[in-house]
Design a protein around this ligand. Structure first.
Ligand SMILES: Cc1cc2nc3c(=O)[nH]c(=O)nc-3n(C[C@H](O)[C@H](O)[C@H](O)COP(=O)(O)OP(=O)(O)OC[C@H]3O[C@@H](n4cnc5c(N)ncnc54)[C@H](O)[C@@H]3O)c2cc1C
Ligand SMILES: *[C@@H]1O[C@H](CO)[C@@H](O)[C@H](O)[C@H]1NC(C)=O
Ligand SMILES: *[C@@H]1O[C@H](CO)[C@@H](O)[C@H](O)[C@H]1NC(C)=O
Ligand SMILES: *[C@@H]1O[C@H](CO)[C@@H](O)[C@H](O)[C@H]1NC(C)=O
Ligand SMILES: *[C@@H]1O[C@H](CO)[C@@H](O)[C@H](O)[C@H]1NC(C)=O
Ligand SMILES: *[C@@H]1O[C@H](CO)[C@@H](O)[C@H](O)[C@H]1NC(C)=O
Ligand SMILES: *[C@@H]1O[C@H](CO)[C@@H](O)[C@H](O)[C@H]1NC(C)=O
Ligand SMILES: *[C@@H]1O[C@H](CO)[C@@H](O)[C@H](O)[C@H]1NC(C)=O
Ligand SMILES: *[C@@H]1O[C@H](CO)[C@@H](O)[C@H](O)[C@H]1NC(C)=O
Ligand SMILES: *[C@@H]1O[C@H](CO)[C@@H](O)[C@H](O)[C@H]1NC(C)=O
Ligand SMILES: *[C@@H]1O[C@H](CO)[C@@H](O)[C@H](O)[C@H]1NC(C)=O
Ligand SMILES: *[C@@H]1O[C@H](CO)[C@@H](O)[C@H](O)[C@H]1NC(C)=O
Length: 573
């Protein structure tokens, strides 16, 4: 299926005159330009599955007095990330299913029917293609270009900027592109004969829990997302935004572990891209952002021999805020050395408790003890200040066994199904050495998540080897601050939450103006987003975007080239 139908030059030469709307606008649902039922029927006859009509997650609970579907199931599984991603209209953060009008009216479909509002479509696309093959995607893209439609690419719907949804849009849903193949001698097309990888190829709808299971069955492990249920997509936005992992300090980021990608561009061409074929597009797809260059149909990743893993578990109860900030700062300061030894870590602040879960693949318990001694010594030095501590080192036979423990540990977490917006910052070695105390003040204030998912191997890789923001190469820690709210919160109250988020963004930016943020874990309100998300690579990414997307079909919020579009991403300036 990995067929290159035309060379790119041919494709560009043949379709140079992109259809365009004289108003410079894309067609959305409800306008006279919207395709007719007959035109959609013709589309349906060309794809492998019936067209889909996405609905908001809670729609089965309406009308409230006579629910049309299985509302019990919706209530039971609301916070289940794998269930949500199996629904074409569902977003992991339900706020991205809603649409806020300028006058403050919110179009949404709440789970809480007692709020008394009707179930509305909000930002959920109205119709689309349930893609199973590259051919389905080619047909869908050609249709969207022909009718000048506002197109959205949706995989799991986990995006924190709502980039996999769009009001009145036509959607290509990649969730069911589920092929997984393990090949111990994978050869990228066009590569020298001696270049092979023990690789796994995932269809773009595969999710990390599925990829990990198959890798494990082959005695392998992979650099992938570390969410609590493995529901993040393995071949979609995660990779294209960068892709951090518990294995990153040892093996690099997602973008550093790809041998080949297949992708359909807006000209309808299915390309196989790697370091030897279309290396510029291969470069951009590794960190230049999802939904921007084409629709990825498969990704081939390197895999690694399954190793043992060792856990460093720390939990501290600290009621004194000054001491808690000291603890956060002190832990930050020690992270560069830990990542250089292969440690990753996830820190969670919840009121007076800081939990930190460190992991190192292939390290013995004794070596783990020695490697973390400076951290352990530091932590116990705070006991005299009223800190109550628990520190443990535990071995696991395999990384997979550790991952299974991790999932169980967080099984009650509210990671999915919550209305929220987040911002992140990539903290450099220099910041951790010199500004750890100032940073800790903000992180305490926002009850931050502290992800030690960079440094180590990530810092050793040439910053220009992938389109990814070069800020990642200096970074050791990614911090995440967020706001959340209950259903029914007014637009004015949500704006207040966003104002709080903006304060943290401004304060972190002021402390670390040279740093960046992680495109996949960020807000719509980052300062100087082009630099913040892509750094010095922005210009080159924009050139590649313009070259491979001559029809300007792929546009997402704060994605490369999106500055040419209005806020709704429907009309060009
Ligand atoms: C609970 C949770 C845990 C997370 N954990 C991690 C983590 O451990 N590490 C990490 O790095 N990130 C993590 N993330 C962030 C994650 O990387 C982003 O949410 C990312 O956007 C998810 O990509 P997706 O394809 O699954 O989701 P989607 O929302 O479906 O897509 C995201 C973006 O990619 C585009 N896209 C999707 N598929 C394709 C495709 N085939 N071709 C082209 N464009 C496509 C979409 O248009 C959209 O712009 C987490 C997110 C959540 C919600
Ligand atoms: C151009 O876009 C506008 C706004 O979406 C729409 O009303 C109009 O019908 C479109 N015209 C064509 C020819 O697509
Ligand atoms: C509704 O969902 C519940 C929980 O998943 C399930 O047990 C039940 O069988 C479902 N009912 C129908 C009619 O699908
Ligand atoms: C707000 O604007 C929307 C869209 O124009 C409209 O449907 C709604 O009635 C307006 N609400 C109020 C309270 O004016
Ligand atoms: C649902 O909304 C009602 C009315 O605002 C409120 O009283 C109730 O607490 C809400 N329920 C939940 C579970 O949030
Ligand atoms: C999935 O894999 C099977 C078996 O290798 C193959 O026949 C099929 O064409 C693949 N489908 C896609 C969409 O790649
Ligand atoms: C493949 O062979 C070339 C030429 O002999 C050599 O330079 C290169 O390092 C080899 N690559 C690998 C991956 O072995
Ligand atoms: C909190 O700790 C700081 C630093 O150790 C100390 O100066 C301060 O008195 C403590 N505050 C309280 C309320 O105990
Ligand atoms: C990191 O390790 C080096 C070499 O062992 C040491 O000199 C340095 O003090 C350590 N840094 C911190 C912050 O502990
Ligand atoms: C943290 O504090 C808030 C507000 O006081 C409370 O609602 C919440 O349950 C607390 N969380 C934990 C884990 O104790
Ligand atoms: C490290 O080893 C020492 C000596 O065996 C032991 O006392 C200590 O508890 C170990 N540290 C951890 C965190 O397990
Ligand atoms: C921290 O507080 C929690 C909740 O009060 C408690 O369960 C836990 O045992 C405490 N941990 C330590 C190390 O004191």
């Amino acid at each position: 299926m990995l067929v290159t139908f035309f060379t790119l030059t041919f494709a560009l030469g043949s379709f140079a005159g992109a259809p365009s709307n004289s108003t410079g606008c894309l067609c959305t649902y409800g306008h006279p330009c919207w395709p007719t039922a007959d035109q959609f029927a013709e589309l349906e006859s060309q794809v492998s599955q019936p067209l889909i009509y996405p609905a908001p997650t809670a729609s089965a609970c309406y009308p409230a007095n006579d629910p049309s579907g299985n509302c019990t199931q919706v209530m039971q599984r609301w916070t289940d990330g794998n269930w949500r991603s199996s629904i074409p209209g569902s977003m992991d953060e339900p706020n991205f299913e809603s649409f806020v009008f300028k006058n403050g009216t919110i179009s949404a479909c709440y789970l809480n029917t007692s709020l008394g509002t009707p179930c509305e479509q909000g930002s959920v696309p109205v119709i689309g293609v349930d893609a199973r093959t590259p051919q389905d995607i080619q047909v869908a893209i050609n249709f969207a270009v022909r009718y000048n439609l506002k197109l959205v690419v949706k995989n799991t719907g986990h995006d924190y900027l709502g980039r996999s949804t769009g009001r009145g849009a036509f959607v290509v849903w990649t969730h069911k592109m589920k092929n997984i193949t393990y090949d111990a001698e994978f050869a990228p097309e066009g590569a020298p004969a001696n270049e092979t990888y023990q690789a796994m190829t995932v269809g773009s709808g595969v999710q990390w829990h599925e990829a990990y299971d198959v890798a494990n069955q082959n005695g392998r492990m992979m650099v992938g997302a570390q969410d609590i249920d493995g529901s993040v997509g393995a071949g979609g936005g995660w990779l294209q935004g960068g892709g951090h992992s518990s294995l990153s300090p040892s093996y690099g980021l997602g973008v550093d572990n790809v041998a080949q990608i297949t992708v359909v561009t807006s000209t309808g061409t299915h390309l196989t891209v790697n370091n030897y074929q279309y290396p510029d597009l291969f470069w951009a797809l590794r960190g230049g952002g999802g939904g921007t260059y084409g629709i990825v149909t498969s990704v081939t990743y390197r895999t690694y021999q399954q190793l043992s893993a060792v856990l460093y578990f720390m939990r501290a109860n600290v009621t004194n805020a000054t001491v808690m900030k000291e603890l956060i700062g002190g832990m930050l300061r020690l992270q560069p050395n830990l990542t250089d030894d292969g440690w990753s870590g996830y820190g969670f602040l919840e009121n007076a408790t800081l939990t930190f879960i460190g992991m190192n693949p292939g390290m013995s318990t004794a070596a783990a003890n020695a490697s973390t001694q400076p951290l352990t010594d530091y932590l116990f030095s705070l006991e005299s200040k009223g800190t109550s501590l628990e520190v443990e080192i535990n071995p696991f036979d395999t990384w997979y066994a550790w991952y299974t423990w991790f999932k169980q540990f967080f099984s009650t977490g509210g990671e999915d199904g919550t209305n929220m917006m987040i911002t992140s910052r990539l903290l450099s070695r220099d910041t951790l050495a010199n500004q750890y105390a100032d940073v800790a003040e903000i992180l305490y204030d926002c009850q931050a998540g502290i992800n030690t998912v960079s440094g180590g191997k990530v810092s050793q890789i040439n910053p220009d080897s992938a389109g990814l923001n070069p800020a990642w190469r200096n970074a050791v820690v990614e911090t995440v601050c967020g706001v959340s709210w209950a259903e029914g919160t007014t637009a004015e109250e949500i704006a207040g939450k966003i104002d709080q988020l903006k304060v943290w963004i401004k304060d972190m930016y002021a402390l670390t103006p040279q740093a960046g943020a992680y495109f996949n874990e960020a807000s719509l309100f980052e300062i100087d987003w082009q630099y913040t998300f892509f750094g010095s690579h922005y210009g080159k990414l924009k050139e590649i975007k313009d070259k491979y997307d001559p029809y300007r079909l792929f546009v997402v919020a704060e994605g490369v080239g999106s500055e040419e579009w209005n806020e709704e991403l429907t009309c060009r300036w």
